[in-house]
Write a protein that binds this ligand. Structure first.
Ligand code: ADE
Length: 264
């Protein structure tokens, strides 16, 4: 079981995906739980404002601290072990190993990358993070998750989806992991949140059909890409299935598959 709480201004953009196919199946089986917090509910003033102009000038609007902190704290009040993920183009680039770590509640490689990026060359971020890491909650979570095989608590991740041009830098003091989906810029954190959730939830045993599916597929073993696969019909417009796959010789089939696995 894994829990995600998504803090967003646009829950309606995420809900349909999470109520479809494998994500829905995971929820139905009690293997995953998705909750939404609408950031607007924590907005300021009669217009429930969540953003403002940058000090020092510049284009666009930035997410303000107060609504974000209040929203995150409202979730942490119920579950102090919850970890905060911020999708941002300046985060650590997401990969299969990180997905596995999140699924198991054992985030060593992500934490290593985070620690490296908090070198003294980034003084303000490092300082904010250092302060955030000293909390008792952090050590409680680590203690509870010491064994990666059987986490004592259900991993719970809060994904904060920024929108607009960016966010106030002080928001990083309440963030545990900055994650980037790649070297391009999206309009908000909603699509990254869905990608992170999908790639983690499908790894939970019982979510995918075949037990082996998540193990043998692409990227599970380093950078190996999956081998070519075929289903019926045998002959489609003159394109035939390789005969070895019909031979019933599993040793030879395994050998063929290894030889035909691509590399990233
Ligand atoms: N927000 C905007 N662009 C992003 C990216 N590439 N990865 C994660 N979050 C983002």
């Amino acid at each position: 079981m894994i829990k995600f709480t998504i803090i967003t201004l646009f829950p309606e953009a995420l809900e349909p995906y999470l109520k479809t196919s494998m994500m829905w199946k995971a929820t139905e089986k009690g293997l995953a739980e998705f909750n939404f917090v609408n950031l607007r509910e924590f907005g300021l003033g009669p217009h429930r404002s969540v953003d403002d102009t940058p000090y020092g000038g510049g284009d666009g609007m930035l997410l303000r601290c107060e609504p974000v902190f209040n929203a995150i704290e409202s979730v942490k009040a119920k579950d102090p072990t919850a970890k905060v993920i911020l999708p941002t183009p300046v985060g650590k680039i997401w990969n299969q190993e990180m997905a596995r770590e999140l699924q198991q509640g054992n985030l060593t490689s992500i934490e290593r990358a985070q620690a490296e990026s908090e070198s003294p060359t980034e003084p303000s971020t490092g300082q904010h993070r250092a302060q955030a890491r000293l909390g008792d909650e952090d050590s409680a979570w680590r203690e509870a998750n010491r064994s990666s095989d059987s986490p004592v608590v259900t991993p719970h991740y809060i994904i904060l989806c920024p929108h607009y041009e960016g966010y106030d830098e002080r928001i990083l003091s309440i963030v545990d992991y900055k994650i980037s989906l790649g070297k391009y810029v999206l309009t908000g954190g909603e699509l990254p949140a869905l990608i992170i959730i999908d790639s983690v939830v499908r790894l939970i045993p019982g979510v995918l059909g075949g037990e082996q599916s998540a193990i043998i597929e692409s990227f599970s073993d380093g950078d190996n890409l999956e081998y070519p696969q075929y289903t019926k019909p045998y002959d489609f417009r003159g394109m035939k299935v390789p005969d070895i796959l019909l031979s019933g010789n599993h040793g030879e089939i395994d050998k063929w598959r290894k030889e035909h696995s691509g590399k990233a």
